[in-house]
Design a protein around this ligand. Structure first.
Ligand SMILES: Nc1ncnc2c1ncn2[C@@H]1O[C@H](COP(=O)(O)OP(=O)(O)OP(=O)(O)O)[C@@H](O)[C@H]1O
Length: 224
């Protein structure tokens, strides 16, 4: 089975000269298709840095990072942009556009990913919003939605184009216990239905049970 993510001897540094500081040390990790992997670890241990490298949002400095059979070390901007098309991102600050309704936020993402006419994209947006339980809120703006509802829109937006890989950074951080649980159950269900792989960074011990595997970061080292 080919890995979705395959990382070998990855190092990463911030700063230059005297201020240069290593934040990732000799990371090795393989994640298989359809796996749900949770990454935990203390604040400042390097989780977000690693997630942004895996998401092709940051350039690789040292080592090998293979995402969906594409080597990211020495990839140019165009190749990184291409890789991002196969990835769905769910971040804590869900980054919904405030001047667009829930449906328009999802539809814009579809139109960025696929060659599709606006009517088909609208129907698809409404269908996925119904799937995440927001059929009554399709035409609401983010400011009129609760934290959990906004996070559901973000999930709908990330999953609507059936990405092969979903990266989530603290998706339940701003949510109460029940809402957080609902949100991860929803991610798990949609991911299993679509056969996509999920890598989820969290401090939230309450959701560890959705993982097939848990990996831990400690001072820039991956300890399993
Ligand atoms: N742009 C940057 N420039 C310099 N140092 C940075 C930068 N981003 C992160 N760091 C440092 O790199 C280390 C790892 O940070 P990172 O955000 O990856 O940790 P984290 O495990 O995600 O933490 P948290 O759980 O608090 O989000 C920290 O020491 C942080 O201060």
């Amino acid at each position: 089975m080919e890995s979705v993510i395959s990382i070998r001897n990855l190092n990463h540094y911030f700063g230059n000269g005297n201020l240069k500081k290593q934040v990732l040390f000799d990371i090795n990790l393989d994640i298989n298709p359809g796996e749900i992997v949770i990454m935990t670890g203390p604040s400042g241990s390097g989780k977000t840095t690693l997630l942004s490298l895996i998401g092709a949002l940051r350039s690789v400095q040292e080592g090998s990072l293979n995402i969906l059979n594409r080597e990211m070390n020495r990839a140019n901007e165009e190749q990184m942009v291409q890789t991002r098309r196969f990835i769905g991102y769910i971040f804590q600050a869900h980054n919904l556009l405030p001047f667009m309704t829930a449906r328009q936020n999802v539809q814009m993402s579809i139109e960025l990913h696929e060659d599709i006419n606006p009517e088909a994209a609208r129907i698809k947006s409404e269908a996925i919003l119904a799937e995440v339980g927001l059929e009554e809120r399709i035409n609401y703006y983010p400011e009129s939605l609760s934290g959990g509802q906004k996070q559901r829109v973000a999930i709908a937006r990330a999953l609507v184009s059936h990405p092969k890989l979903v990266l989530a950074d603290e998706p339940t951080a701003a949510l109460d216990k029940k809402t957080g649980r609902d949100v991860v159950n929803l991610m798990q269900r949609l991911a299993k239905e679509q056969g996509c792989t999920i890598l989820l960074v969290t401090h939230d011990n309450r959701i560890l049970d959705i993982a097939d595997r848990i990996v831990e970061m400690e001072d820039g080292h991956l300890v399993s």
